[in-house]
Write a protein that binds this ligand. Structure first.
Ligand code: KIV
Ligand code: NA
Length: 265
């Protein structure tokens, strides 16, 4: 099978074919996602929340991201694998950012990195790009800045923040990013940004006009029972499916029904 590349994504945007992106954090899930025909698998730092149980994305380390990413790469034969640069691995200076990106490419075998922010991180983005590493931007509700925002509510509703976001998107394109994630911003703003850019935009809670969409796999499969924001479409209720299966196992063990005669040696 032919691997999706950053060029493939640009061609998709050019011909108006929407890009499907979903997170995965381990080999088995990546294999299912890849087999389903996903264009892009994101090894998101949302692993900090859904895999490790942290309240925010801040605690996850570069080593932990590399562990998740290397597992996903082994499960993905067709999808482009993009990996988040975690909090603290790029903000210091552009050399630190480049070293972190190199570790992700080299130790995990990833195909691209994603990094949160706009003009503030321009130098880091361009230094990573200079090394031949494809970079995806991430604007709007950037969860690594949650303590600055103070809330997970919609961003860029005010004109000043919307204006800065538009400038940041153009800057990321000018630097050479192959795409940009737009998280939780008004659909009208995402439409405007998407139309102003040549490169694809990938939305999450950013409406129908983006060049593609991304979701966190635990959320869309219904593994995260309590999390039901407006932007989320839940495609399965795996929490309930798994809970029933596991309860069945517990009760079969207690009832001495499992294992039966045929299930032993
Ligand atoms: O970490 C993540 O899952 C993400 C997506 C929500 C865009 O960055
Ligand atoms: Na992320």
């Amino acid at each position: 099978i032919k691997r999706v590349t950053t060029n493939t994504l640009q061609e998709m945007k050019n011909r108006g074919e929407k890009i499907a992106m979903l997170t995965a954090y381990d080999y088995s899930m990546a294999k299912i996602v890849d087999d389903a025909g996903m264009d892009v698998i994101l090894v998101g730092d949302s692993a900090s929340n859904v895999m490790a149980g942290h309240e925010t994305t801040l605690p996850i380390t570069l080593d932990q991201m590399i562990y998740h990413a290397s597992s996903v790469v082994r499960g993905a034969s067709r999808s482009l694998v993009v990996v988040d640069l975690p909090f603290g691995s790029y903000q210091g200076n552009s050399k630190e950012a480049l070293n972190s990106a190199i570790r992700i490419m080299k130790e995990a075998g990833a195909h691209a990195v994603k990094i949160e922010g706009g003009v503030e991180i321009a130098e880091s983005v361009s230094r990573i790009l200079t090394a031949g590493i494809p970079v995806m931007g991430h604007l709007g509700l950037t969860p690594q800045s949650i303590y600055k925002f103070g809330t997970y509510t919609v961003r860029a509703k005010e004109e000043a923040e919307a204006q800065k976001l538009k400038e940041d998107a153009l800057k990321l394109q000018e630097l050479g990013c192959f795409g940009v994630v737009l998280e939780k911003i008004p659909a009208a703003l995402a439409k405007e940004v998407t139309e102003s850019l040549q490169i694809p935009t990938i939305g999450i809670g950013a409406g129908q006009h983006c060049s593609g969409q991304v979701l966190v796999i635990h959320d869309m499969l219904g593994l995260n029972k309590g999390f039901r924001p407006r932007f989320l479409r839940q495609y399965a209720s795996l929490y309930d499916v798994m809970n029933e299966a596991i309860k069945g196992y517990v009760s079969d063990v207690k009832a001495e029904d499992f294992p039966n005669e045929k299930e032993q040696y």
